[in-house]
Design a protein. Structure first.
Lengths: 83, 83
């Protein structure tokens, strides 16, 4: 069966996010003064074949931990859905 | 009131996504053969002050269209929640 994983990888809350800070400051400069914080990470969609949802979940989790995210600097979360 | 916008910005379906292609091929090489497609975009969280949800939505939509995404190459979607 085919599953679609929607993964969000974000810089850890405790760390500075220079890209987010830069975008926030640009937004302030061009008039979006009501924006109080911006954080920028990655959104990854992954199509994966698996026998069942538990297997798909395990594979995606492993891939996130080993390859897609850097655990020193980033946290991840994902949702799975059957397609 | 303070709203949290969760924005996903993805390369348009019709376009190649070289970063996604590269990650997919690396994943195949290291054994994740069941992954059939990978697309990589941005995930942005935005804290915004607004009088009500309609105003917040309008501001976020405008910011996505004008600054955060490139409409030639990317599509965006977002959810808003009161924090």
């Amino acid at each position: 069966m085919k599953y679609l994983a929607e993964i969000n990888i974000m810089p850890l809350k405790a760390l500075l996010d220079p890209q987010g800070k830069a975008v926030k400051s640009s937004m302030h400069n061009i008039g979006y003064k009501t924006v109080t914080d911006v954080r920028i990470g990655k959104h990854i969609t992954l199509d994966i074949e698996a026998d069942d949802e538990a297997h798909a979940k395990q594979k995606v989790n492993e891939a996130c931990e080993k390859i897609l995210s850097n655990p020193i600097m980033e946290s991840f979360e994902f949702t799975l859905k059957l397609v």
